[in-house]
Design a binder for this molecule. Structure first.
Ligand SMILES: Cc1cc2nc3c(=O)[nH]c(=O)nc-3n(C[C@H](O)[C@H](O)[C@H](O)COP(=O)(O)O)c2cc1C
Length: 379
């Protein structure tokens, strides 16, 4: 049986300096807002095949998106989504090495129920479950649940209490009451505790000042957007977040998200990127997503709005990593140079594109000392 200390969990049971995970595979279309026929199915058989492929290739984690309902009246993009805690539990049962996150909306899940579901997933995966805690932003989803969406900053006050309850449940404490501003629970008793005597990794991607502070105070992994920042600026952003975490007595890993288009030549990669994410972008869905975020054409100069549309089409704002294997490996290495601990990546079609990425880019990263060439686990 594997050991599962807190450092083991944070290292994802390997020595890879730059962690690489797959982001968004539980949703149809994944992260690419495109109409190309080969776009991602998001079905269970494809997710299972992908997880096994990623597990064998030494990919570090899988991060799903908790999406309950697609956007806007047409709703084509991410129209079919697999619920993430059940998805994670099943994938953990089918894999041996990879860390699998479940993404939980604090306002939609009773914390006692969620803590139990997550512990179950963690035992199935022998310490490989991770929590992505989100507060939600898609109003249509909340209306569907019949749950009132709180004012933005208050969402994080609620999430703090929610997480305090979950952390207490996961701690050795027994038979306790919780009385907060939002949550009141009597006689909490929960067994088993998380696997191996340590709690699951917790991540969050708060981007607003309040969301960011929440992430830095509570999380092991903070996902932040570094698009448009120079290498130097990325380094400053990472060090600033880590210094803030240390001022709260915590260590913090900083991650980002990106979209990979890797082909044998730079030209092929750029051509496919332009075809899938620009010429054949699903512009109707792009506009529906922007509208759900209250980003409208009449609020800004046309060129700025077009830029935002292009960013949404490309993995809803992920860093575009487009090129031949040398170029993609070099771009990933730069992220590590800036101090980033890892990246959640997506492809237009994960199963079609992951084998080439693993065969060509991972060995290059190993040669740069950023990844194990023959990955090891402590199990
Ligand atoms: C890597 C990553 C994963 C995210 N996953 C989800 C998700 O599954 N569901 C969701 O509603 N929001 C998700 N978000 C949105 C964030 O949790 C957050 O709400 C958003 O970045 C806006 O920040 P704010 O809440 O501080 O305003 C994700 C963002 C990132 C960058």
């Amino acid at each position: 049986m594997r050991a599962a200390s807190n450092p083991d969990r944070l290292s994802m049971y390997n020595q890879n300096r730059l962690k690489i995970g797959l982001f968004g595979a539980n949703c149809s279309c994944g992260r690419a807002v495109t109409t190309v026929p080969e776009r991602w199915s998001g079905t269970w058989p494809d997710n299972l095949r992908l997880a096994r492929l990623a597990d064998d290739a030494g990919i570090d984690f899988m991060l799903p998106i908790a999406r309950w309902k697609s956007y806007g009246p047409r709703g084509d993009y991410q129209a079919a989504t697999l619920e993430t805690l059940t998805w994670a539990t099943a994938l953990l049962g089918a894999t041996r090495r990879i860390t699998v996150f479940g993404t939980v909306h604090a306002p939609l899940f009773n914390p006692i129920m969620a803590a139990k579901q997550m512990v179950t997933a963690d035992h199935v995966g022998e310490g490989r479950f991770g929590l992505n805690l989100v507060v939600g932003w898609n109003e249509g989803e909340f209306e569907m649940f019949g749950v009132r969406q709180r004012e933005h900053d208050l969402r994080y006050d609620y999430a703090q209490e929610w997480l305090d309850v979950v952390n207490l449940i996961w701690s050795p404490r027994e038979n306790f009451d919780f009385e907060g501003k939002f949550l009141v629970h009597k006689g909490i008793r929960a067994h088993p505790k998380p696997f191996g005597g340590s709690r699951p990794i917790i991540m969050n991607a708060g981007a607003s000042p309040v969301g960011r502070t929440f992430a830095i105070r509570n999380c092991d992994a903070f996902f932040t957007n570094v698009m448009g920042l120079s290498l130097e600026e990325q380094g400053v952003a990472v060090r600033k977040a880590q210094a803030e975490a240390r001022s709260h007595g915590r260590e913090l890993d900083v991650y980002t998200v990106g979209v990979i288009t890797c082909r044998p030549s730079q030209k092929e990669a750029e051509d496919y990127y332009n075809y899938s994410i620009s010429t054949e972008a699903d512009w109707t869905s792009v506009d529906e997503i922007l509208a759900a975020k209250h980003i409208l054409a009449d609020q800004m100069p046309p060129e700025q709005f077009q830029k935002m549309r292009r960013q949404q089409a490309n993995g809803m704002g992920g860093l575009p990593l487009v090129g031949d294997p040398d170029r993609v490996a070099q771009q990933l290495a730069q992220l590590a140079d800036a101090g980033l601990r890892g990246i959640g990546i997506s492809f237009v079609n994960y199963l079609d594109e992951l084998p080439y990425f693993c065969a060509e880019v991972l060995p290059r990263l190993a040669r740069l000392g950023l990844r194990e060439s023959q990955f090891r686990t402590s199990s």
